[in-house]
Design a protein around this ligand. Structure first.
Ligand SMILES: Cc1cc2nc3c(=O)[nH]c(=O)nc-3n(C[C@H](O)[C@H](O)[C@H](O)COP(=O)(O)OP(=O)(O)OC[C@H]3O[C@@H](n4cnc5c(N)ncnc54)[C@H](O)[C@@H]3O)c2cc1C
Length: 401
């Protein structure tokens, strides 16, 4: 019999999808008749809910809709672009916009994604410069302005037929249980979902600030005794963004003021309004990464899509949206891609653990030695950076085409 394997017919994907849609609708009607539906939008919601209109959520929604699913995105705030207090902002990341764009089905370029001129690092008084091209470093505007990546992806999602419901937040296991099977949870660094899903996390603390600033995109990182992580500065599209963060404990405001003073003096950039932030990242354990939870799919930060060493997350979260969308129709293939993307996770996690245990004087030496590679062997330094960004090395090798 054509299409038969081992005596069973290979299911027609369209028929499976129709059966799944009917089953989901029946279940939603049952819940509604119980009076146990938590939000108005969930009742009218399509076959798949994507929770969180961030990087991974929007890419997932676009890809699910293009694959023929009815998709509703449920977002906590009343617009796309994350917490209004901490945006607009500028993230920096090594990225290959061409292959990444091909993989996620979205063209990536200016103004949302702009090549960065150089990466400058200060480590304990020493300066290290590396050409942005060598690292494929890009500035990515985040937030709700028209030039941000979220606004761009939102537009593409609307074009693909995705529906949005704003002002709905996932807060509990009960909320989760009400979502249709194969819903995608992509709520970033916010605590509620980590708690609702019971995913262990590591807390990060910090302050952010944004100011007007013209000029070609650049990135500057500061490694010092002020934080066990780092501070950084990046600019694009007429704004500069500063982040002071630490995962070892809350950041003292006095240290932030000290850094702001340094930036005014040395960089002629004036950050005045600082906003505290705190978030969760799923890099707390070796076995934390997960793509599935019950009948739901996990994406972005919740799915450990950050490198454990420096917490870069933009590249992997964009990839994660596509992987989550694939998981709706082909779980095995999606899991394979997920595992490939995080193939360096365990090594990076172990390295970070060692870093955290290393006393400060030794850490200083280690950081200088690491950054010293950027002077002596810039090509090698670029390769190391590629290794640590989840999925980037594989993308360069053409594994995700
Ligand atoms: C201050 C800061 C600076 C960073 N800088 C960099 C950088 O320079 N380079 C880099 O590579 N990475 C950086 N990162 C990491 C990167 O931003 C994240 O890894 C990436 O945004 C994660 O994407 P995501 O899809 O998981 O979530 P996000 O893009 O954060 O989206 C989450 C969405 O879910 C919504 N949401 C949250 N909770 C709920 C809920 N309960 N119910 C419904 N909706 C909800 C949010 O409002 C948001 O719209 C930074 C992170 C932070 C916090």
């Amino acid at each position: 019999m054509p299409g038969a394997k081992g005596g069973r017919e290979t299911p027609d994907p369209r028929a499976v999808r129709t059966r799944q849609k009917t089953a989901n609708k029946t279940e939603r009607r049952r819940l509604a008749s119980n009076g146990s539906m938590p939000a108005k939008g969930v009742m009218e919601m399509a076959e798949i809910a994507v929770v969180g209109a961030g990087l991974s959520g929007l890419v997932a929604a676009i890809n699910c809709a293009r694959a023929g699913h009815e998709v509703t995105v449920l977002e906590k705030y009343d617009r796309v672009g994350g917490e209004p207090e901490n945006h607009p902002s500028v993230d920096s990341t090594p990225m290959l916009p061409g292959p990444l764009g091909d993989f996620i089905g979205v063209d990536l370029g200016p103004p949302q994604v702009t090549p960065t001129l150089y990466m400058r690092s200060y480590a304990y008084g020493e300066r290290y410069d590396i050409d942005g091209g060598l690292l494929h470093l890009h500035a990515v505007e985040r937030g709700g302005r028209s030039t941000s990546i979220e606004s761009y992806l939102h537009g593409l999602a609307l074009e693909a037929g995705v529906k949005f419901e704003f002002g709905w937040a996932l807060r509990s296991q009960a909320d989760l249980a009400h979502l249709p099977p194969n819903s995608i949870i992509a709520t970033g660094l916010h605590f509620e979902s980590f708690l609702a899903l019971g995913i262990p996390f590591r807390q990060v603390y910090g302050y952010t600030s944004t100011t007007r600033y013209e000029g070609e995109p650049k990135a500057v990182a500061y490694f010092s005794d002020m934080t066990r992580d780092y501070c950084y500065l990046a600019n694009a599209n007429g704004i500069a963004y500063a982040l002071f963060f630490d995962r070892s404990g809350p950041v003292r405001r006095a240290l932030v003021e000290k850094w702001a003073e340094m930036l005014r003096r040395d960089k002629d950039v004036d950050f005045r309004e600082w906003h505290p932030f705190s978030g969760a990242v799923a890099v707390s354990a070796l076995d934390n990464p997960r793509l599935f939870m019950g009948d739901k799919i996990i994406a972005g930060t919740l799915a450990s899509m950050n490198d454990p060493l420096f917490l870069f997350g933009v590249h992997a979260s964009l990839m994660s949206g596509k992987i989550a969308a694939l998981a709706v129709d082909d779980k095995a293939r999606a899991f394979e891609l997920y595992r490939d993307t995080l193939s360096f996770y365990r090594k990076a996690w172990t390295l970070r653990r060692l870093m955290d245990m290393t006393p400060m004087p030794l850490r200083r030496q280690a950081m200088r030695a690491f950054l010293g590679i950027s002077r002596a062997r810039p090509g090698l330094y670029g390769k190391i950076m590629f290794y640590q960004i989840p999925g980037l090395r594989q993308m360069e090798a053409g594994k995700f085409t």
